[in-house]
Design a protein around this ligand. Structure first.
Ligand SMILES: [Zn+2]
Length: 500
């Protein structure tokens, strides 16, 4: 399929945080991801937002007419036109030329009337949209980073900010120290603790005017700003500022960091390593426990610690920390014990299932009511769209109303889908075989499960683990009530009190 791309930027920069290059790069990646697509034409416009002149778009439409391409791809619909009328006009012309239209970031399909309606609304709401503000800010930061400009945040030790140009420049008093930190770590193989002590002993303070600790030293050793780069969301861009460290020295430091396991350990721990993430609750302060790690003599030691205690110290909450491996294993074994109590499990399931069946007539009534509501909202939307088309009502007046109705419509449809899925087949209670299959699965995961499998199981079947102290740990489990697929039926809850 021959793809034409259309990119546009307004010269009033503020409102247009996507550079032409950023749009082009994303469109190219999108085309790359589609089988059989290739870009054959590129159209672009650069104009002030107010101007209606779009020579690039005009040309695209002419070439569409001449069948020079099969599909027009934009980054966002608001690139095409800022007004509904303009957008409808463009789409109509493409339609007549039998050229398809697609946005790389917004899901719709112009071959259906519903899709076309979506497109029209997106065009209107591009101006009102709030949800994308964050996305736009990030795109703007990405663009800044790509130009090597400082993105904000704390300036790395060794640099200061040239406020005017927004680039980093060496802070002479600190720059020499940065080099010494790397040399001590790489040549003399000093540890981060020793380096932190040495820095504090010489009276150096971090940019936040705090004494250096091992964490602050690690931050320096890992910071690619010292190579003359700016990093943003995992991508490193060459920046115009002066590097403080040679690439070879930096790379050796990274190798030692990896060797010592320091590349991750003291960083805020990666929560995906923790099987019980989000499930452990501190009874004393009500906050969740976080996964954390420290390096000891026996290697890396993982534990769970109360958020308040981790953040504000023991003065705020003195809840016990819990060893991660032991806690995770104990909870898995608890689950296994629970499933082995088959009579209790069956009892819980039958109670929950009876509740569920009682709700069936209520569900049918709700479904009928929702269908009627959907029809009403549909009709109201139709009226507003007709008012658009014949120009009897200004866009500004219609748009907020349509926004409300659309939101209401999608809420109703979501609820309807939920109810319909439940009603589709009569649920059956979890059978004897299902229970045995679950038991076997849990046993197998305990015996030789990968961390990912262990985590999936715990996240599915643990409702909450309440921790009062190291000796008072209360896990609550949830079990499926009905045969898979479970639909949206709430699982039953079985309380099991136990200490680890
Ligand atoms: Zn706490």
């Amino acid at each position: 399929m021959r793809i034409a791309t259309y990119t546009r930027i307004s010269t009033d920069e503020e409102h247009q945080p996507y550079s032409l290059e950023a749009q082009a790069v994303r469109l190219a990646a999108y085309v790359e991801s589609q089988e059989g697509w290739r870009i054959t034409r590129r159209f672009t416009d650069q104009a002030s937002g107010a101007s209606l002149e779009r020579p690039g778009l005009e040309r695209a439409l002419k070439e569409a007419d001449a069948k020079r391409f099969d599909l027009l791809l934009v980054y966002r619909v608001d690139r095409l036109s800022r007004s509904v009328r303009g957008l409808a006009h463009v789409l109509e012309q493409l339609d007549q030329a039998e050229v398809l239209f697609r946005s790389a970031t917004e899901p719709f399909d112009t071959s259906s009337s519903a899709g076309r309606m979506m497109v029209q609304m997106l065009g209107v709401f591009a101006e009102f949209e709030r949800a994308t503000i964050v996305e736009r800010v990030i795109a703007g930061m990405e663009r800044k980073a790509a130009r090597g400009e400082w993105n904000g945040g704390s300036v790395p030790f060794g640099y200061r900010l040239d406020a005017e140009r927004r680039y980093l420049e060496p802070e002479p008093a600190e720059a020499a120290v940065v080099e010494e930190i790397f040399e001590r770590y790489v040549e003399r193989l000093h540890g981060t603790q020793a380096i932190a002590r040495w820095l504090s002993g010489r009276g150096y303070r971090t940019k936040q005017s705090k004494p250096f600790n091992p964490q602050a030293v690690l931050t320096i050793l890992r910071n690619r700003a010292y190579l003359g780069q700016i990093s943003f969301r995992g991508t490193h861009h060459a920046a115009p500022h002066t590097p403080l460290i040679e690439a070879a020295l930096f790379e050796r430091a990274q190798a030692i960091l990896r060797e010592r396991g320091e590349d991750h350990s003291l960083r805020r721990s990666n929560q995906s390593d923790y099987l019980l993430t989000g499930l452990v609750k501190c009874v004393r302060c009500g906050k969740r426990y976080l996964g954390a790690a420290a390096n000891g003599n026996g290697g890396r030691y993982r534990y769970y610690v109360c958020f308040s205690r981790q953040r504000y110290g023991r003065g705020t909450c003195d809840a016990d920390s819990l060893p991660a491996d032991e806690l995770e294993q104990a909870i898995l074994e608890q689950l296994q014990d629970l499933l082995a109590r088959e009579d209790d499990v069956r009892e819980a399931i039958s109670v929950a299932f009876a509740d569920l069946t009682k709700q069936q007539p209520k569900r049918d009534a709700e479904l009928t009511r929702i269908d009627a509501d959907i029809r009403k909202v549909d009709e109201a939307l139709d009226r507003y769209f007709r008012a658009f088309e014949n120009g009897s009502m200004p866009e500004q007046a219609c748009a907020p109303r349509i926004a409300d109705l659309t939101k209401r419509l999608s809420e109703l449809q979501a609820r309807r889908d939920e109810l319909a899925a439940d009603a589709a087949d009569t649920p059956e209670p979890l059978s004897e075989d299902d229970l045995h299959a679950l038991q076997a699965h849990v046993a197998q995961v305990i015996a030789d499960g990968e961390p990912a499998a262990r985590k999936a199981l715990l996240q599915a079947l643990v409702d909450e683990i309440r921790v009062a102290s190291r000796d008072e740990i209360y896990p609550f489990f949830t079990l499926p009530t009905v045969r898979p697929p479970y639909g949206s039926v709430p699982p039953t809850r079985i309380e099991l009190v136990h200490t680890v």
